[in-house]
Design a protein around this ligand. Structure first.
Ligand code: 26W
Length: 848
């Protein structure tokens, strides 16, 4: 009977239509005549989801049966964006179609819907801030595509990263209630509820137990973690992995008692306290605020995830010593480091393993990836706050530290300085702190950085002493990558098609083997191919012009007539002083002033256009709500835009645009439209960057500093195909020293720009408005070295103009050659490296 009623995937148009109408009429309880685009989106998603769930079930059964080693990717952020288009591209419906997309498009058309309009109804799943969260999303796509038995674990925030509005030039944050219309992509698992406790005390009333022996933690507050599953389909494989996100809800016993006794207020308070745990994502990128609720989120998530992982492991009745052969847990930065402590607690307190035996299991299970060297981003928790929330965990950390320091002392006797430098507990006033990065290193068998330069840098700077203690074998590099399914095929279908044709690969198998793109190089000089290449870019620029118009109250800023010879110069990423959007906008001001000066001195507009040809300077990105300087940078960009765009004298030669609310779905439109993108961080500050890879994969060139993955991008695509400038990371320290202790002059180009800002050209009502930005350079040591890099930045921008406007064929050739050699940056390569060198896991392929 089971077999007779087995649910089958739809495989053709008929099948899809049946599903679609079925969901409209039953799940949504509507009729086709009363079905708008939103309902069509829901119904299409539910239909596609049905197929995914069938594959999901098969994948999970296969893995249970074969019982291989599994990977668990712990990340507080998964910046997934939209799911439907990706699912249509990744899943195969019928055997003759490479993906279900064209078939579903046709079906919807016949049913009276336009797929593009339907796709736009989906809100972004914006459960992340920036690079770290988007990397997690790319990695789970690649893990599924490569048939790696892997689950992601995270939190199901009710509110994702805030939506950004720009009002009078200022960033205003509004809540992102992304679940407003429900979410067809999540499967609520009400049967999976894990209790998690906080606060309380450790009971030692037996007078015998020590911190090293099984101890009784009597928790004070109890909440439940409910599982929500999201299917993660691989490309051209029937593997569907799982992303499990936890939601916090109150326990019933707890508030029933209070409710009964008439204490309504307290009962409601307890309920709200529980729900607040997964209410919002912290909107800070690279900045640690140290709030208790954040630590609570972290423990809630780590405890629930570990419980789930252990439950699965226990089903196989293996001895604990085999845990590291069955389970690899990847820490995405230090945010999940509590999982290390929680596993030690479970093994010692609940499973009664000997401390040292337990600890060797723990360290063999975990690995830690570092994503930033920014001091202000490193997580540290005051022990008062920590011990209050997690008293038993603090004891365990002290003991981990005690044994660790003994090890160090054995290797380096009497080096007390070293001991205090590597201690997991920082002795500082007013209060001692737990250094989470150090705990993560001590608790893992491998530590990696995310680009070669970054991995070298952490060994020389923030983790130097640990290289001394452990040797350098513990430290490794896995350079970041991006999924070409979303960032090439989905975002830029026309380019993917053109590449497929050129490679004689119309089914686009190259998306699974990106190094194959090198064959494109043969076409780099072919005038016909160059023309086709340029046409794809021009069309993408038109689409971006539409987006800009939409976000600008329907007013066209970009001149469509001249779109082909307007250089689209784009910088989209979180707004941060170290990423130096301020340098970019100073460069725009410099250009504008120079144009005005030429006109004033009698040049014709044609002469001006020759020196400063058409350019659209496009910005986008969110500032952390409490980051004053970043917000001021946004305001400056918008103030400059207002003056420049309205200046009739320069007749459309220069346009400045700030696109509000930059997110994944906007990135999919913005990135394919770039001629040039800016990756101009102070050398040594950007761990890797991943949008640099996305832009190049879409045929854009880069202007950038010798930082993060720019270094390896240059190596792969060739230095003729990238515009590098600025000081190198090895000189940063000395330059900063000079600003502090010697008198340094501003370069005249920059002095002129700062002077115009100070005189109120861009803020006539308040000439002082941007003073803090100017002071940070002139009076506060110019920490990000804008003054040191400005001249070479401006000079390099002029070189860019020259190549773009006088050697367009050469430009297109660079673009083709870049794409041809960007294959290394597929996240598939990352997953292979992690699997082989860190996780020691192998693919489990579906039977064909
Ligand atoms: C505690 C607050 C906090 C929140 C997020 C601190 C640090 C973070 C992230 C680690 C910051 C981040 O996203 N880092 C970025 O990681 C990307 C993926 O590896 C890199 O490409 C970026 O260069 C890096 O800035």
């Amino acid at each position: 009977i089971w077999n007779k009623h087995q649910v089958k995937k739809f495989e053709d148009k008929e099948g899809f239509e049946g599903r679609f109408i079925g969901h409209v009429e039953t799940t949504l309880a509507r009729s086709l005549y009363n079905c708008d685009d939103l309902a069509a989106y829901e119904s299409t998603s539910l239909s596609v989801r049905d197929n995914l769930i069938i594959d999901w079930n098969n994948t999970q059964q296969r893995i249970t049966a074969r019982d291989p080693k599994r990977v668990y990717y712990l990340s507080l952020e998964f910046l997934m964006g939209r799911a439907l288009d990706n699912a249509l591209i990744n899943s195969q419906a019928g055997s003759d179609e490479p993906t279900s997309r064209p078939m579903v498009e046709k079906s919807l058309d016949e049913l009276g819907f336009n797929l593009e309009d339907v796709l736009k109804k989906e809100p972004d799943a914006a459960l992340g801030n920036g690079g770290l969260g988007r990397l997690a999303a790319c990695f789970i796509d690649s893990m599924a595509t490569q048939n790696i038995p892997a689950w992601g674990y995270g939190l199901r925030y009710e509110y994702g990263i805030f939506a950004q509005k720009i009002i009078d030039g200022y960033q205003v944050e509004t809540p992102d209630y992304w679940l407003n219309f429900g979410n067809p992509w999540e499967i609520e698992r009400n049967e999976i509820q894990v209790p998690v406790t906080f606060y309380g005390y450790v009971d030692r009333s037996d007078g015998e137990s020590t911190t090293l022996s099984p101890s009784d933690w009597i928790g004070g507050e109890r909440v439940l973690a409910v599982a929500y599953d999201f299917p993660v389909p691989g490309y051209k494989t029937s593997t569907v992995n799982n992303l499990r996100l936890w939601k916090a809800k109150p326990t019933t016993e707890f508030d029933f008692a209070k409710f009964n006794s008439g204490d309504y207020k307290n009962s409601v308070d307890a309920q709200q306290r529980a729900e607040s745990i997964t209410a919002c994502l912290y909107p800070n990128d690279n900045f640690n605020q140290g709030k208790e609720l954040r630590l609570k989120q972290q423990y809630f998530w780590c405890a629930a995830s570990l419980h789930d992982i252990i439950r699965r492991f226990k089903k196989t009745s293996r001895p604990w010593s085999e845990l590291p052969d069955q389970v690899a847990i990847q820490l995405n930065d230090t945010h999940p480091t509590l999982a290390v402590v929680e596993l030690q607690r479970v093994l010692v307190d609940l499973e009664k393993l000997d401390w040292h035996k337990a600890w060797s299991i723990v360290t063999a299970t975990f690995s830690y990836a570092n994503h930033t060297v920014m001091q202000e981003a490193l997580e540290k928790w005051p022990i008062g706050l920590f011990g209050h929330l997690l008293p038993r965990h603090l004891e365990i950390i002290y003991d981990i530290n005690w044994f660790f320091l003994q090890e160090v002392e054995k290797k380096f006797p009497k080096d007390f300085d070293l001991l205090s430098r590597v201690s997991i507990i920082e002795e500082c006033s007013p209060e001692r702190q737990v250094r989470m990065a150090y705990l993560a290193i001590v608790g893992s068998h491998k530590v990696n950085g995310v680009a070669e330069l970054h991995s070298e840098l952490i060994k020389k700077t923030i983790f130097k002493d640990f290289v001394k203690v452990y040797g350098s074998q513990k430290f490794t590099n896995v350079t970041n990558g991006i999924t070409p399914r979303r960032w090439l095929k989905q975002a830029n279908p026309k380019l993917a098609e053109l590449i497929g044709k050129a490679l004689n690969d119309p089914k686009q198998n190259f998306l699974l083997d990106m190094p194959k793109l090198t064959e494109l190089a043969k076409k780099a000089d072919d005038p016909e191919f160059q023309k086709a290449w340029d046409l794809v870019k021009a069309n993408n620029k038109l689409q971006l012009a539409d987006l800009i118009k939409d976000t600008n109250n329907g007013v066209d800023i970009i001149d469509r007539e001249h779109i082909k010879d307007t250089l689209f110069d784009i910088q989209v990423k979180r707004i941060h002083e170290y990423k130096r959007q301020q340098m970019n906008i100073f460069g725009v001001i410099y250009r504008y002033l120079a144009m005005k000066k030429m006109l004033k001195e009698g040049s014709t507009i044609e002469e001006v256009a020759k020196k400063y040809p058409r350019k659209a300077s496009i910005f986008g990105g969110k500032s952390a709500p409490g980051y004053y300087m970043a917000k001021l940078i946004i305001k400056l960009i918008n103030s400059v835009a207002e003056i420049v765009n309205d200046d009739a004298e320069i007749v459309d030669l220069l346009k400045v645009v700030f696109i509000p609310d930059y997110n994944v779905s906007k990135a999919e439109i913005i990135i394919p439209a770039s001629d040039l993108s800016e990756h101009i961080s102070t050398a040594g500050t950007e761990a890797s960057g991943t949008s640099n890879m996305k832009f190049v994969m879409n045929g854009g060139l880069i202007i950038g500093t010798v930082d993060g993955a720019n270094v390896e991008i240059t190596r792969e695509i060739g230095e003729d195909n990238i515009f590098l400038f600025g000081n190198l990371s090895e000189h940063v320290e000395e330059l900063r020293y000079n600003h502090q202790y010697k008198k340094t002059e501003l370069p005249p180009e920059l002095a002129q720009v700062l002077k115009s800002i100070e005189s109120g050209v861009f803020s006539p009502e308040n000439p002082n408005e941007f003073k803090p930005l100017i002071d940070s350079i002139k009076s506060h040591g110019d920490y990000y070295l804008v003054s040191d890099d400005f001249e070479s930045y401006v000079a390099t921008q002029e070189l860019v103009d020259e190549v773009y406007h006088t050697q367009k064929n050469d430009w297109i050739k660079k673009s083709i050659l870049s794409v041809a050699n960007i294959g290394f940056f597929s996240s598939d390569r990352c997953i292979e490296e992690y699997s082989e060198t860190i996780w020691n896991v192998e693919p489990v392929k579906p039977e064909t």
